[in-house]
Design a protein around this ligand. Structure first.
Ligand code: ATP
Ligand code: MG
Length: 424
């Protein structure tokens, strides 16, 4: 096949056989958002490149090597969003939503990162994102985490574990960074190339390395939790009490620093060992300085993002993908005379039974081949309209699953009979 007919590497089609799982999971997420009082915000897929550089940070994997950046026809540098928070904060500032206000927001859609495509890691992937802007306390951090725990619970997911950490404030982190630099300087010869580069620019990024050869060195590094200021320590301990009370288990992982520069205090990640190397399903944290850093009034905030491809893969792995939605009814039109009245019947059934999924046989075919299609569609009932039925003003209802008998009912009673048969 010529290259032009292939999708771009790392960017996938989501096929009709897969979309029911997506829709079911997105539906569940939206319903949970509603139940916690969060509202949807839709932001553009493209922002000025500067926005991501200033928010995510210059010395991060994303900004250094993963962004899809291009010049538009005016010569302005634009970037396909690699994540949602920067755009949401930008929208909050530019629409005047943040000053002395609080917002609980969710957003969803595709994100773009130029990464090495592999299972669970794509160049276009989808996130479901939640942000609370204007909230500073550990209570909302706990709510954020409880909300994500509810999602796993309602999906019936297990084997997903919570790690939490606190990054303290900019000031306390400054002291920690010095200690960390001193430690890594002592071990400079053991650092890989990436980490050597980061040592002077942002030593905390070294903790985020995915290089297994560096694991021991990172494990023995100073712990950020030993450097927290009093307020951050208190914040972190209240969060833990609220999680304990809610019965949510977690481990404190002092190496969890997250791949973006804008975090402060609470950070967390839900990780699974069921998806190979790509184990982070949901990650988030507090970013109290970001709004101000982007030119807004100081606004404390916290958020998380789920990687939907990974969540769906985990549901598949654990056997809890929501069921496919087959049609309820497949309308078989036997004989030439049935075509026109068949269309009238299908439309009037859809008027009368808006919650019933009705597939009409298109493309003709013998009685037998239409029944084959009806069976393949997964429908529970075939409704049969043939010359005989037309002549008598009746219609046949044939169960396609199990071994019930076909019944013949007057056309006028079809909607009522179907509702009964489907127990709706
Ligand atoms: P990772 O450590 O796996 O690279 P990350 O720290 O870069 O993840 P975030 O920026 O926090 O990820 O994004 C939030 C979530 O989005 C992740 O927990 C993950 O589930 C998902 N995610 C991130 N990058 C990708 C990708 N390239 N393909 C698919 N999902 C992704
Ligand atoms: Mg990453």
């Amino acid at each position: 096949m010529s290259d032009t007919l292939q999708s771009v590497r790392g960017m996938n089609d989501i096929l009709p056989a897969e979309t029911p799982a997506w829709q079911a999971i997105e539906g569940l997420l939206k319903q949970i958002m509603l139940s916690y009082g969060y509202q949807e915000l839709r932001v553009p897929l493209v922002e000025r490149t500067e926005l991501f550089k200033r928010s995510i940070g210059e010395v991060t994997d994303i900004v250094e090597k993963e962004m899809y950046t291009f010049e538009d026809r005016n010569g302005e540098s634009l970037t396909l969003r690699p994540e949602a928070t920067a755009g949401i904060v930008r929208a909050g500032i530019s629409n005047g939503l943040l000053h002395n206000q609080r917002h609980k927001i969710w957003a969803t859609g595709p994100m773009f990162r130029y990464e090495k495509p592999q299972k669970g890691r794509y160049r276009q992937f989808h996130q479901f994102d939640v942000e609370a802007l204007g909230f500073g306390g550990p209570d909302i951090d706990a709510e954020m985490i409880m909300m994500s725990a509810r999602i796993w619970r309602e999906l019936g997911l297990d084997k997903i574990k919570l790690q939490i950490n606190s990054l303290g404030t900019t000031e306390s982190r400054g002291v920690y960074k010095e200690a960390l630099s001193a430690y890594f300087l002592q071990h400079e010869t053991e650092l890989d190339e990436d980490s050597k580069n980061r040592l002077h620019r942002n030593p905390m990024r070294i903790l985020d390395t995915k290089n297994p050869a560096m694991a021991d060195l990172v494990a023995a590094a100073p712990k950020i939790t030993d450097y927290l200021d009093d307020e951050s320590r208190e914040h972190f301990s209240v969060l833990q009490e609220l999680l304990d009370q809610a019965g949510i288990s977690y481990t404190v992982n002092p190496r969890l620093v997250r791949g973006l520069d804008y975090y402060s205090r609470t950070v967390f990640e839900w990780v699974t060992d069921q998806l190979g190397a790509q184990g982070a399903v949901c990650s988030g944290g507090r970013y109290d300085g970001l709004v101000e850093q982007l030119g807004g009034k100081p606004t404390q905030a916290v958020g998380w993002a789920i990687g939907l491809e990974r969540l769906i893969a985990l549901c598949e792995e654990r056997g809890c993908v929501p069921v496919l939605e087959h049609p309820h009814v497949y309308l078989v039109l036997a004989g030439e005379g049935a075509l026109k009245p068949g269309f009238v019947l299908a439309e009037s059934l859809r008027d009368e039974l808006p919650d019933v999924r009705i597939e009409l046989n298109c493309g003709g075919g013998s009685f037998k081949s239409q029944f084959k299609r009806a069976d393949k569609s997964g429908a529970r009932f075939a409704v049969v309209l043939g010359d005989e039925e037309l002549a008598q003003g009746t219609v046949g209802i044939k169960p396609l699953r199990g071994d019930g008998e076909q019944q013949t009912v007057p056309l006028a009673d079809l909607a009522v009979s179907l509702r009964q048969a489907l127990a709706l």
